[in-house]
Ligand binder design. Structure first.
Ligand code: NAP
Length: 478
């Protein structure tokens, strides 16, 4: 912990907040205080934006290979220091160490991927259809960016924005979630060690994100906002972004359906469901939120799922063998408990779990429920916890209608062995991502993102850098 910075990172220096204020960070497994970090004021945030703005003209001209090399070095350092980063993440966020290690490699993979993309930014040259003029396009960095990230993936939600931004030649102010600032501060130190020039990345930690961020969003020097978090806050930030007509990327909430057809390999579906539901304790935007199983396999699926989920070892993420850590805070635990209580009051059957775990920390039992009514809040709202509701369906059409009956459209999962059905269903699902016979969609080389109220833009893969590039067109008389 001693090596972890606690100050703001502005213009290449580590500085205290202007007012000297600090923000406590706690361990959700114990409720104990882990550290105090700087609590930025509006003046600090504006200083961070000024640094990003000043660094931009020089950074945009840095050779693409050099920008790529910085990212590659940061990838190597993250990989070498995986244990240290994973422990820090587990302490401030609660996820089991094995999952924290997986997040460190997932997060580092964005730096590796975009180290390779930095040297592949290109435009095009075309002869006009008339045969006389020419079309030339060039891709240029959009300019200073503001990133606001959530607590559930404290490193990866940052690197999948920072990686393409640096590759494209943009400069950045980033504000991590108040619950998990330490991982991002460590990442700042790593990028500093990797040779990132001063002012290219600025980190602002704050207890009052709304008032501290809004003046930046309304400042004409900012050119882009990328946000990962709830749909509610995303909507507010889109409104604020309208003033300067910012380019916006929004990775928002989800309500992922998980469909198990009668021809599916039920055991494989259970394995996939464990990943889709229980990764990150269910605190993932792509977490399976609602399971729909065909009535011919629903009992088998629900029973097997409850056996496996009910056997999860719950405990402090730092303890060996723990599979499920605490929820992030008491507010989240109260929300999850309320959703389960509502479903039970409407007649849902508890197959395992269903209660808070007594004692320190914000633990909730791994839970599977069956016989839910479709209007239960557990089905219509994003759960963000280790609770799996299983519903049944009779026809493919009914399954698709149920899956699409939400304002969200982030991820969905489909289990079937019938190729024609797989294509019919995939083409009908209103989500940005689909896991076909697999419970995991996250991949640094693939476009992550949603439709409907789940967001705008894509992160990862070749698509991910486009959000950081403007296309300039030159009409040439030849
Ligand atoms: P949240 O409340 O929206 O917070 C996310 C971030 O926004 C935090 O840094 C938060 O700062 C900041 N924030 C909150 N209010 C703000 C405001 N008025 N102005 C500027 N910034 C503000 O979301 P959360 O509860 O932390 O995260 C869970 C949500 O994120 C879920 O809905 C989940 O689905 C979504 N998510 C989406 C993706 C995706 O890729 N689609 C990935 C991960 C998570 P504070 O910490 O200070 O509140």
């Amino acid at each position: 912990m001693d090596a972890v910075p606690r100050q703001l990172f502005i213009a290449g220096g580590w500085v205290d907040a202007a007012g000297g204020g600090t923000l406590p960070v706690e361990d959700p497994a114990t409720g104990e205080r882990l550290a105090e970090v700087a609590d930025a004021t509006v003046d600090d945030a504006m200083a961070a934006l000024a640094a990003a703005d000043q660094a931009f003209p020089t950074f945009r001209t840095l050779a693409p290979r050099e920008r790529g090399d910085i990212l590659r070095r940061a990838y190597e350092v993250m990989t070498d220091r995986c244990e240290e980063l994973a422990l820090l993440m587990t302490l401030e966020m609660g996820k089991p160490l094995a999952e924290a290690r997986a997040e460190v490699s997932y997060a580092a993979a964005f730096f590796r991927w975009y180290a390779e993309e930095a040297v592949r930014i290109s435009g095009r040259y075309t002869v006009n259809e008339s045969g006389t003029g020419r079309v030339l396009t060039m891709k240029q960095p959009v300019g200073p960016c503001l990133f606001i990230t959530p607590w559930n993936f404290p490193l990866a939600m940052g690197t999948r924005k920072i990686g393409p931004a640096i590759a494209a030649g943009c400069t950045v102010v980033i504000k991590p979630a108040r619950q998990t600032p330490l991982s991002m501060l460590m990442l700042g130190r790593i990028l500093e060690e990797a040779g990132l020039p001063a002012g290219v990345l600025n980190i602002v930690t704050a207890s009052t994100s709304g008032p501290v961020m809004e003046p930046l969003i309304r400042d004409r020097r900012l050119r882009k906002l990328s946000f990962t978090g709830s749909t509610e806050v995303g909507r507010l930030l889109i409104e604020q972004s309208a003033e300067q007509v910012l380019k916006v990327s929004m990775e928002l909430g989800g309500n992922a359906p998980f469909l198990v057809f009668e021809d599916a390999d039920v055991d494989a579906a259970v394995e996939g469901a464990l990943i889709a539901k229980m990764r990150n304790g269910g605190e993932a935007c792509v977490a399976a939120n609602r399971f729909y199983a065909h009535e011919a396999v629903a009992d088998e699926f629900a029973t097997k799922l409850a056996e496996r989920i009910g056997a999860f070892r719950v405990g402090r993420g730092t303890d060996e063998g723990v599979q499920l850590g605490p929820l992030i805070d008491e507010a989240q635990r109260t929300k999850v408990a309320g959703l389960v209580a509502d479903a039970v009051a409407r007649g849902a059957q508890v197959l395992c779990g269903g209660s808070r775990v007594e004692g320190p920390g914000y633990f909730y039992e791994p839970t599977v429920l069956a016989k839910l009514t479709p209007d239960s809040a557990l089905v219509t709202e994003e759960i963000f916890g280790p609770v799996a509701p299983v519903l049944t369906f009779r026809t493919e059409e009914e399954a698709i209608t149920a899956a699409n009956s939400t304002e969200y459209g982030l991820a969905s999962y489909v289990y079937t062995r019938d190729l024609s059905r797989a294509f019919r269903v995939m083409e009908s699902l209103e989500t940005g991502m689909i896991g076909l016979n697999q419970g995991m969609v996250s991949n640094a080389g693939a476009p992550f993102g949603g439709v409907k109220h789940s967001g705008l833009g894509r992160e990862g893969g070749p698509e991910g850098i486009e959000d950081y590039l403007e296309t300039k067109y030159v009409a040439m008389a030849v």
